[in-house]
Design a binder for this molecule. Sequence first.
Ligand code: FAD
Length: 379
Amino acid sequence: MTQTTQAVVVGGGQAGLAAGYHLRRLGVDFVILDAQIQAGGAWQHAWDSLHLFSPAAYSSLPGRLMPIQTGETYPDARHVVGYLTDYERCYNLPVHRPVRVEGVHRDGRLLCVETNAGTWRAEAVVSATGTWWRPFVPAVPGRSDFRGRQLHTVEYRSPRDFAGQRVIVVGGGNSGAQIAADLVYDTELTWVTQRPPRFLADDIDGRALFDAATARRRALDEGRPDTGGVASLGDIVAVPPVRDARDAGLLKASPMFVRIEREGVVWADGTRTPADAVIWCTGSRPALSHLAPMGLRGPRGHIATVGTRSVEEPRLHLLGYGDWTGPASATLIGVGRPAREAAREISALVSARTGLRHFGSSHVAPSLNALRPAVTHAP
Ligand code: FAD
């Protein structure tokens, strides 16, 4: 089965939905192909206690405010899934799931999107597949010798699974700090970070991070000195559970061990700590394997972009992977702007091809709320 449309969005998480919102406003014909069974992208796989690091009002996609979660300043992941589910229904976004995109390649004037449920041909593709699906674990000597359990952030759910165990959490970012704080009361915890943990000031949350990312991009765009952006503020947002554990003196970090062996880890001074489990909170990489047929990846694995558009393949846009594709574009509040830019460029491309008028920002958008819900499933 081959279908033709003007644009295909690969991935139906928040980034894909934001792209869909703007493509719809501009009158572009498109589909969103998402590998998940349900709406919510990576949020539906988050650990039980994960909360956003911004209040609901600062965690919204374009057009529709995230509602406040009763009793929570910082909404939890289930609330985000509910919001995204409602978002795609309310805007009648044509999400097909579960559909896994296996490869995108050039096919003359069009791009060809091969999936496990048929082929789509399109004038433009937006890749919005996130990073959750490509966990990264560093190569540490002896890792395969360990007889205990090893897992990555993406597999962690709850301290219940480790009650009473000796657990080593590796990673000095937000996920490492949050999972360490989650485990500290029920396990014999060792928290390991490559450098001393850098907590942001207690009054800094996602709002300030977004402002810092935006200020940096503005400075760079205007040729002013680099402000340092988010990284200059610290690595760990002191969300309430992290702050509580830290203030109680429970969240002490040790420098990285040098080796793993069957029963645990070995430190630089030769001493050992036995362990039942090691949890690698060591980040994830952009999930871009479906773009491999186009051969666009550079030395660091990134695809060179101007804004969201691929430099080498202007029919391809990347959305949501990090600052690399727009400031704060991997956040709920930050993805709206790059999504709008991508949609405008795609609209212009499609219009140039078809000779139609380009519906710019001054165009009066169709009444989105009046549309019927139409979340479709793959055949
Ligand atoms: P995803 O949510 O990963 O969605 C991508 C979708 O694409 C998924 O449904 C996936 O199944 C699908 N997909 C992947 N590959 C394919 C394929 N080949 N074919 C078809 N579909 C495919 N942001 C905030 O704004 N506030 C926060 O507080 C916050 N906290 C975070 C905490 C953690 C621990 C993490 C990891 C991230 C956090 N983020 C936060 C960042 C960001 O909002 C999330 O990572 C978010 O899930 C990214 O959305 P996305 O749409 O880019 O990717």
